[in-house]
Design a protein around this ligand. Structure first.
Ligand code: B12
Ligand code: SF4
Length: 492
């Protein structure tokens, strides 16, 4: 008899913008040949707890596997898992993903999550599922954290190369519900082609997950999957959700060659220094293959701050300026994220970055901006976290606290309420953002066309020139009127 395993992806985005839930699909992939797998997506159903309870009763499932990012996903996961556990105390609840990898203790101190798997999930998940259904010790599984008297955290399992893992089980969910419409095209899907990142920036949650390892799918396999997506769902746009798609130039160039001519526009995340080291030939191949926009962490307008962030590699502000200039020639839009308001002097940090962003926009006005506010992540040896701790910062000690609106805001990195971050500093960032986005309206907002762009640009011109950003109520009102979409509302 085949057992059923249930998977739950808590809500992560606004209605209509849902993406393929890659986190649960990738762990489901390794058991799909031997178990029935069912997905409940909080982005598609209004009452996920009721669905889970229904499906668990109908299928007699023994396991609910949940992926959890901090923020709104965590906010939904907490009450839903509580409700499910109260209704079905024998259903084992297992959490994996970014939040459980960083905060296992607070999770296991609750009485409704039974186990946590940390880091790359596939191999430990397979062992866990087999033992849960066929018997065997659950406590000596690598990467597992569990309660038994106290909280135990097992050493991590060795990472598995991506090409040794099965394709995601696309036939087990309705993929057509995830085909979206964006700047990239009218039929857009998403895929993940690698695990990890070789760097260790000390504000970044990826470090705890992958500990500086990067494991890629081969260019051939990526191209095969993309071709399958086009044959099966007629995609003309693709988002790559890797932490760093571009680590190996050879892989990027080969992939680009393989998909050239298919009419697929694509987007991915990378590093400024890596991309700057690519040859002109690779850039031309990327352009020909449909690369439209690349997301990169520029992080700061100060080299000293980049150093303190442990950005590593050859990261520098000069390199960022050179790259945005270079990308103009290939008609590929740079989408740059910044981490502002770093302790100990957030106001000074913000001013330096504002000046730097003005320079960037002068060089390449098409540059998209994503402005985050610094929030600490648990990381050993992080100078930023040490400074934050000295200034009174503490992580929540219960899941209920994590699920509160204040801590959800913290996770969204726009209005975090950290002890060093004052209201005046927050307004400075948001006012600057309103003015610069009005002065250089984004190309990714498909609703913001011709006339509106001109109006926003005209109205904001005097402010931008005089560097006067305070009280931009007229711009905010107009932006609301035309539903201005900040790039980071896509979540990266
Ligand atoms: C796609 C994505 C999104 C999507 C939604 C994803 C979804 N699940 O529906 C969108 C765009 C909506 C989004 C939104 C946000 N995101 Co986001 N997102 C990502 C991104 C780019 C990829 C995640 C992904 O799918 N990866 C591919 C899968 C296969 O990998 P994975 O999730 O790591 O899964 C592996 C393991 O983690 C583990 N695993 C994961 N889940 C499970 C579950 C079980 C049961 C098991 C056993 C194992 C397991 O096994 C998997 C396979 O090895 C990551 C960065 C990155 N590249 O990882 C950021 C990232 C996860 N997001 C992040 C953030 C901050 C956000 C936002 C808060 C941003 C914002 N300011 O608005 C929002 C809020 C989300 C919410 N509502 O809670 C941060 C998390 C930071 C942190 N402190 O942990 C990340 C790491 C980006 C970053 N570098 O800062 N995001
Ligand atoms: S910020 Fe980017 S480069 Fe730095 S560790 Fe995170 S994913 Fe890697």
């Amino acid at each position: 008899m085949r057992h059923t395993v249930l998977f739950y992806n808590p809500v992560s985005t606004s209605k209509g913008k849902q993406r393929l839930p890659l986190s649960i699909l990738s762990v489901a992939a390794v058991i799909a040949a031997d178990y029935d797998v069912e997905f409940i997506d909080g982005n598609l159903v209004d009452d996920p707890a009721a669905h889970i309870i229904d499906r668990a009763r109908a299928t007699k499932a023994k396991l609910l596997a949940v992926t959890v990012m901090p923020g709104p996903q965590l906010r939904q996961a907490v009450p839903v898992c509580k409700q499910v556990k109260a209704a079905l105390p024998d259903l084992t609840i297992l959490w994996g993903g970014y939040f459980p990898t960083q905060h296992q203790d607070v999770i296991l101190n609750s009485d409704y999550v039974d186990y946590v798997i940390q880091g790359q999930g596939e191999a430990p998940f397979r062992t866990f599922v087999d033992r849960l259904h066929s018997g065997g010790s659950l406590t000596d599984i690598p990467s597992l954290a569990y309660r038994n008297g106290g909280i135990h955290v097992n050493p991590r399992a060795p990472n598995v190369p991506m090409d040794n893992l099965p394709w995601m089980p696309y036939d087990r969910l309705d993929v057509s519900k995830y085909v979206g419409n964006s700047y990239l095209g009218t039929r857009v899907l998403n895929h993940n082609t690698s695990f990890g990142c070789p760097f260790a920036c000390n504000f970044c949650a990826v470090v705890a997950l992958s500990n500086r390892r990067w494991l890629p799918e081969s260019a051939q396999r990526v191209a095969d999957i993309v071709t399958h997506m086009q044959d099966r769902w007629q995609i003309n746009g693709l988002e790559f959700h890797d932490m760093d798609f571009f680590v190996k130039e050879g892989r990027t160039a080969e992939f680009a060659e393989r998909i050239t001519g298919k009419g697929i526009n694509w987007w991915g995340l990378g590093r400024v220094d890596t991309l700057m080291s690519y040859s002109d030939d690779t850039w031309s191949k990327m352009q020909r293959s449909g690369a439209k926009m690349i997301f990169m962490g520029a992080e700061s307008g100060s080299d000293e701050t980049l150093e303190r962030m442990n950005k590593g590699g050859h990261a520098s502000t000069d390199l960022t300026l050179a790259l945005v200039e270079r990308m103009k020639h290939y008609n590929i839009v740079p989408e740059l994220s910044f981490v502002l308001g770093n302790p100990p002097d957030p106001a000074e940090d913000i001013e330096q970055t504002i000046q730097f962003i003005r320079k960037l926009k002068r060089i390449n006005p098409a540059t998209e901006l994503v402005l985050y506010i610094y929030t600490p992540v648990p990381q050993e040896g992080s100078i930023l976290l040490d400074e934050a701790t000295k200034l009174g910062f503490r992580f929540p000690t219960t899941l209920d606290e994590w699920a509160s609106p204040e801590w959800a805001k913290f996770a969204m990195r726009r209005d975090p309420g950290t002890p060093w971050f004052r209201d005046t500093v927050r307004s400075r960032v948001r006012n600057f953002e309103s003015v610069i986005n009005a002065y250089y309206p984004t190309v990714t907002d498909m609703r913001l066309q011709g006339q509106w762009k001109r109006w926003l640009n005209l109205l904001s011109g005097w402010r931008y020139r005089l560097e006067f950003y305070d009280w931009p109520y007229e711009l905010k009102a107009l932006q609301r009127l035309v539903h201005y979409r900040r790039p980071e509302t896509t979540g990266f």
